[in-house]
Design a protein around this ligand. Structure first.
Ligand code: BTN
Length: 265
């Protein structure tokens, strides 16, 4: 696939950043940008950003793999070193999904939405995903926000199931897609939300409002898989922790946690 390789300066927005992007590492290939930052959390420092043109063992949610042709995507992770009671730990993944939607909206002609829990979608097809992972680091926690955004793929790059379920900005946008401005907008929006949620009392509520505005799932029919069972019903709300509350067809309500539930398309 023809692509213009990213440069570290492409990733940084014009305006100042508070916390994100203290150090930027750009690799041609890594096993996984999330795994890199989790392993190097003690040495790379708070706010470090790592991006790769290709991942040999990209990680998706629920132990799945995240695959993307070399140079096709934005594969980016951000490290935050947080106290164990940080207000960022619970909403980390939804914060990254909101920031990804806002960045794509600002930098392209595409206006993605969020599909519970944290998929970034365009016209019902998956454009990107978010994986938030954390581990202890001394008395703190190393929190890694990993974002994968399909940018330059053509239809033929999506094999099997993905042929109908996945999409890219190249397929959705009316203009030529440049990864640099999208990456810069992503870091700017992540930085803004991280500051708002961790430093203001209204931040977490504002983030939820932004998430709900972009997520049309409340009221939608859903089929979910949890504990080797399939559930169908109507999504009625989302809890403060980001779990989905579903009115089940079989009767009753049930709360489904994002970490343990898969969802049919
Ligand atoms: C999902 O399953 O929807 C989440 C996918 C997250 C993929 C990104 S790509 C950059 C970062 N590094 C990884 O190994 N995974 C995340």
């Amino acid at each position: 696939m023809p692509y213009r390789p990213l440069k570290p300066s492409d990733l940084l927005p014009k305006g100042p950043l508070r916390r994100v992007g203290q150090h930027v590492y750009l690799h041609d290939s890594l096993p996984s940008t999330n795994a890199f930052l989790l392993a190097e959390a003690g040495s790379v420092g708070d706010g470090a950003v790592v991006a790769a043109e290709y991942q040999t063992a990209g990680r998706g949610r629920l132990g799945r793999r995240w695959e993307a042709p070399r140079g096709s995507s934005l594969l980016v992770s951000i490290l935050l070193i947080e106290p164990p009671d940080s207000p960022l730990l619970t909403p980390a993944a939804l914060l990254a999904a909101v920031a990804a939607c806002e960045a794509v909206t600002a930098a392209t002609t595409c206006e993605p939405q969020i599909r519970w829990p944290n998929d970034v979608v365009c016209d019902g097809r998956k454009l990107g995903g978010v994986l938030a992972e954390s581990r202890p680091l001394g008395r703190k926690r190393a929190l890694v926000l990993g974002i994968g955004l399909n940018c330059l793929q053509h239809r033929g790059h999506f094999a099997g199931d993905l042929a109908t379920k996945a999409t890219s900005l190249e397929l959705e946008c009316t203009q030529r897609v440049e990864r640099g401005p999208i990456a810069a907008a992503l870091l700017a929006r992540l930085d803004a939300w991280i500051a708002e949620v961790s430093q203001t009392s209204e931040g977490p509520v504002a983030l939820w409002r932004a998430w709900r505005m972009r997520c049309p799932d409340v009221g939608a029919r859903v089929t979910l898989h949890h504990d080797a069972r399939t559930y169908t019903g109507t999504a009625v709300d989302v809890t403060d922790e980001g779990h989905l509350i579903v009115e089940l067809d079989e009767g009753g309500r049930r709360v489904f946690a994002a970490e343990t539930t898969t969802r049919d398309w």
